[in-house]
Design a binder for this molecule. Structure first.
Ligand SMILES: N[C@@H](CCC(=O)N[C@@H](CS)C(=O)NCC(=O)O)C(=O)O
Length: 208
């Protein structure tokens, strides 16, 4: 039996995306919540696992895996039962298209908006950066409404890892009061009703 450990923080972070994937794939794991106040993520021991001192970090049979999306795809690869990434070429293209868009056109702006607001202790951005980022993230988030008008899920008509990723982005966008269509809000409620949905993701507390 494989041995999986996931490192996260006590609050909501990018680690919950990974937890959701682990639950969907029925993979058992041990969860280690690092103590942020003690800066355990910058300890010598943790920096040996991830030199950037960030979560999520996954250990699988003694090997280290970092970067939330790469970890999610890796877990899909090692699963012998369910699959959350479409294999057929055109569906797989759509899946990758959504992930790529989410990373470069939505998450990038949300992350800089976070850095320019609640993370100013560590990051320094020129005045106005937050508003510019929120405007761009909002414009791009509107594209999500269009996708959901055309298909049941983010990357077509089958639930995939892209839905897990976009749920995480959409709740993050809501921290900045970016609105979604009724259809998009219903889609989020449907995802929340999945058995594997981690309750933690419903909290609107910001990502660290
Ligand atoms: N691109 C990385 C980002 C990881 C990241 O920024 N994690 C945050 C928590 S969501 C973190 O560990 N922050 C602590 C720090 O930057 O010191 C991923 O997707 O895994």
């Amino acid at each position: 039996m494989s041995d999986i450990t996931l490192y996260a923080f006590p609050g909501r972070t990018r680690a919950e995306r990974v937890m959701w994937v682990l639950a969907e794939l029925n993979l058992e794991y041990k969860l280690v919540r690092l103590d942020l106040s003690k800066r355990e993520h910058k300890s010598e021991a943790f920096l040996k696992l991830n030199s950037s001192g960030k979560v999520p970090v996954l250990l699988h049979d003694g090997e280290v895996y970092t970067e939330s999306l790469a970890i999610m795809e890796y877990l899909n690869d090692i699963s012998t039962t369910q699959h959350l990434i479409p294999r057929q070429a055109k569906q797989n293209y759509l899946f990758r298209n959504r992930l790529s868009y989410g990373q470069s056109e939505v998450e990038a702006y949300l992350w800089i908006a976070d850095q320019a607001t609640r993370l100013t202790r560590w990051y320094s951005w020129p005045e106005g950066t937050e508003l510019d980022c929120i405007k761009l993230a909002g414009k791009n988030a509107a594209v999500i409404n269009n996708w959901l008008d055309e298909s049941e899920y983010i990357a077509g008509d089958v639930f995939s890892m892209a839905d897990i990723y976009f749920y995480s982005l959409m709740t993050w966008a809501q921290v900045y009061e970016l609105g979604f269509s009724d259809r998009a809000n219903n889609y989020m409620r449907e995802l929340e009703s999945r058995d594997a949905f981690p309750e933690m993701l419903k909290t609107k507390s910001p990502q660290v």
